[in-house]
Design a protein around this ligand. Structure first.
Ligand code: FAD
Length: 431
């Protein structure tokens, strides 16, 4: 019999927890990837760059496995159908995979586990994409933290070298199953075209040395752009945290802890993927003006920092963190558009889209989340611009017509008026 290792958001051989355990399971390991029809079916753009990114990485994995005379079986189907067929074609002892904490993934894995159990096949899952998961960092009474700082302090306390140790997978690759996989389905078969997006490199080391000074200025490339790689597991979080530790780069390490904090929150409070963490905030009467939403999406609001951010997102699939905060606050507070609209737009566009961090970031901006900015703190997009892009370098890069104000749109809303309107709407909802 074989042990199947099911790759998902961990597209690497090195330091992959589930793969390590599979290789030591006593049976030859058949590597598998499923292009999940359910997930792909939800995507709106046929040139979605993330699908191309995954596809490239699948090809890389396949070649790497080929050098060990093994292969990667790649199936385009729903996971349940994929496993039904695999069970017919192979004698399977167990399926190993890594944890995924999103609500869809939890339901999917529950269904796969049941299906496998009917055939006496074990389904074993492992922590891989975080240093600490679920209930590993909780309050003394066992309840999950809902505030970041005490969570972070406990996280640091709990950290021992053991948690950062890499899994030595290379030593066990001789345990791979020697076989030739069926042909890789093409992108076109799956309804996609190749995107010509430029993907960031995995080299984050050069950004973390002076991260604390540079991270807030969108005109400088002062952050790592590692989000996409963390999302799909093309870097190991243990490696990132080890390097941050070695470089004494606490600020950057703390950002990695924010990621784990939000994953922990989503795991314990899955409803918050589309409900306010603080339920009263779902009483807010959003205006939801479609035209203004379109202006925001297109970067045509007449607020240069907001417009630059949205255009950076639309062109590259990335937006600087400072600007993400500004555009999210502008949409939910100045325009009184439901944060869920913005969350969905980011989900469609961001290469580094991560449900937990995105929902966390949006609810923070709208005031409804854990650790949220209080609702009366409303960013002024003009003063944010003066502070974080004083020479207008970022704005001029993304909004070239800003140089000639006669060609640049007038603000779609007056900030002072919008601020007042927002305070009233939030006060009414929360009283
Ligand atoms: P760096 O600054 O170099 O940080 C390294 C890594 O730490 C990031 O790649 C990310 O994995 C993690 N990280 C950093 N800041 C945060 C944070 N505030 N919360 C959680 N993790 C963090 N991040 C995502 O990864 N996916 C999202 O979909 C996402 N949506 C966001 C939406 C809004 C409205 C806001 C305000 C923030 C969002 N963030 C999201 C957090 C943050 O903006 C990005 O992680 C960061 O800008 C990515 O750039 P970087 O890889 O250069 O990060």
């Amino acid at each position: 019999p074989v042990t199947i290792f099911w790759f998902r958001r961990d597209l690497r051989i090195t330091d992959n927890a589930g793969l390590y355990h599979a290789l030591k399971s006593g049976n030859p390991v058949l590597p598998l990837f499923i292009f999940d029809k359910e997930i792909l079916g939800e995507l709106e753009d046929e040139d979605d760059a993330r699908v191309t990114f995954i596809y490239n990485k699948i090809e890389d994995l396949k070649s790497a496995l080929n050098t060990h005379h093994s292969d990667l079986e790649v199936v385009y189907d729903t996971p349940e159908y994929a496993f039904t067929k695999l069970i017919k074609d192979h004698k399977i002892a167990a399926v190993y995979t890594n944890h995924d904490y999103e609500p869809y993934a939890a339901a999917r894995d529950g269904a796969v586990k049941q299906l496998l159990a009917k055939h006496n096949i074990e389904f074993k899952t492992f922590k891989d994409q975080v240093i600490f998961e679920r209930a590993e960092v909780v309050k003394d009474d066992g309840k999950p933290y809902t505030v970041f700082t005490p969570y972070k302090n406990k996280w640091h306390q709990k950290l021992k070298p053991f948690y950062l140790k890499a899994y030595p997978n290379e030593q066990y690759l001789k345990n791979l199953y020697l076989f030739k996989a069926t042909a890789l389905p093409s992108l076109t078969t799956m309804g996609f075209t190749k995107s010509d997006a430029k993907f960031p490199e995995t080299g984050y080391e050069k950004f973390i040395a002076d991260y604390a000074e540079k991270r807030d200025f969108p005109a400088i490339k002062g952050t790592s752009h590692i989000g996409l790689h963390l999302r799909f597991g093309t870097v190991s979080i243990r490696q990132c945290a080890t390097d941050a530790h070695k470089a004494h780069e606490k600020t950057w390490l703390n950002e990695l802890i924010w990621r784990e904090f939000y994953m922990m929150v989503l795991h314990h409070f899955p409803k918050t993927m589309d409900n306010a963490f603080k339920p009263d905030y779902d009483n807010i009467k959003w205006i939801n003006n479609e035209q203004q939403f379109k202006a925001w999406c297109d970067g045509e609001t007449g607020y240069p920092l907001v417009d630059a951010g949205m255009r950076e997102l639309n062109t590259t699939g990335y937006m600087h963190n400072r600007v993400r905060m500004v555009v999210a606050c502008f949409l939910s507070k100045d325009l009184l558009i439901d944060w869920r609209w913005g969350e969905r737009y980011f989900a469609r566009k961001l290469l580094d889209y991560e449900m937990a961090s995105n929902v966390g970031g949006w609810q923070w901006a709208a005031g409804s989340g854990t650790d949220a900015a209080p609702y009366f703190r409303i960013f002024n997009p003009e003063s944010q611009l003066k502070k974080f892009d004083p020479k207008l370098e970022y704005v001029k890069k993304w909004v070239p017509e800003y140089a000639d104000l006669s060609k640049y749109p007038k603000p779609i809303v007056d900030h002072a008026f919008a601020r007042d309107r927002c305070l009233k709407a939030f006060k009414t909802a929360l009283s």
